[in-house]
Design a protein around this ligand. Structure first.
Ligand SMILES: Nc1nc2c(ncn2[C@@H]2O[C@H](COP(=O)(O)OP(=O)(O)OP(=O)(O)O)[C@@H](O)[C@H]2O)c(=O)[nH]1
Ligand SMILES: [Zn+2]
Length: 202
């Protein structure tokens, strides 16, 4: 079956980063509530700043310091505000696609010494099970011509390019390194090729 999405509703959301329009999509691939948060005019435009953010309940909602997700979410909206236009696509693929239950189990394995990659593997999963088909469809529905992707993850750029998204450039999104997230960030840099400047001493 060919993947498809439908833009079911659009509504205005005022935030501390100014006003956005929230688009709610249904889709033919899963029953999740994927959304896009859009600022300004993006249709027909090139080099639109775009953040494709994967759901992280613990980081985005609870403010967990185990990861950089909450800080990245806020920073990305700030970047889009500064640019005056842009898109944040919020994909409901919690825990790099393994779901909240497995991610929390993975955290417990990490507290026993495994890193994020090995914890996923021990639970019978791949290091990263995310897919970006729906993000590509959303960008096409928004008529975005090319994007400047806000990410440190080269795999995300590769996957989107394979799906036909024109990634013109990358905008780095590095947040503060601290004791609670240093191992997580090191694993991203060393085992997942993320473009992160890690302090040498830690
Ligand atoms: N399985 C698993 N998922 C995690 C863990 N920590 C965070 N996540 C999930 O990882 C996703 C975010 O992915 P990251 O690898 O941090 O970053 P990214 O989106 O690939 O890259 P950036 O675009 O640079 O942020 C979210 O879905 C989080 O829920 C973990 O320890 N284990
Ligand atoms: Zn997170």
């Amino acid at each position: 079956m060919k993947a498809s999405i439908e833009d079911k509703v659009q509504t205005r959301i005022p935030t501390k980063h100014g006003e956005f329009i929230l688009h709610y999509y249904s889709n033919s691939l899963d029953d999740k509530e994927h959304v896009a948060f859009v600022k300004g005019e993006v249709a027909g435009k090139d080099e639109v700043p775009v953040r494709i953010h994967s759901e992280c309940f613990t980081g985005d909602v609870l403010g967990s310091r185990r990861c950089d997700c909450g800080a990245q979410l806020d920073m990305a909206l700030g970047l889009i505000e500064q640019a005056g236009c842009g898109v944040l696509i919020y994909l409901r693929q919690e825990g790099r696609g393994i779901g909240l239950l497995k991610k929390l189990q993975a955290y417990n394995l990490q507290d026993q010494g495994l890193d994020t990659v090995d914890a996923n593997i021990k639970l019978g999963h791949l290091a990263d099970e995310r897919q970006y088909d729906i993000a590509a469809l959303i960008l096409s529905a928004l008529q975005v011509r090319s994007i400047n992707l806000i990410t440190n993850n080269p795999q995300k750029i590769d996957e989107l390019t394979k799906l036909g998204v024109k990634v013109h450039d990358r905008i780095a999104i590095e947040t503060r390194v601290h004791d609670d997230n240093v191992d997580y960030l090191k694993t991203k840099a060393e085992r997942m090729r993320h473009m992160l400047n890690m302090p040498d001493s830690e």
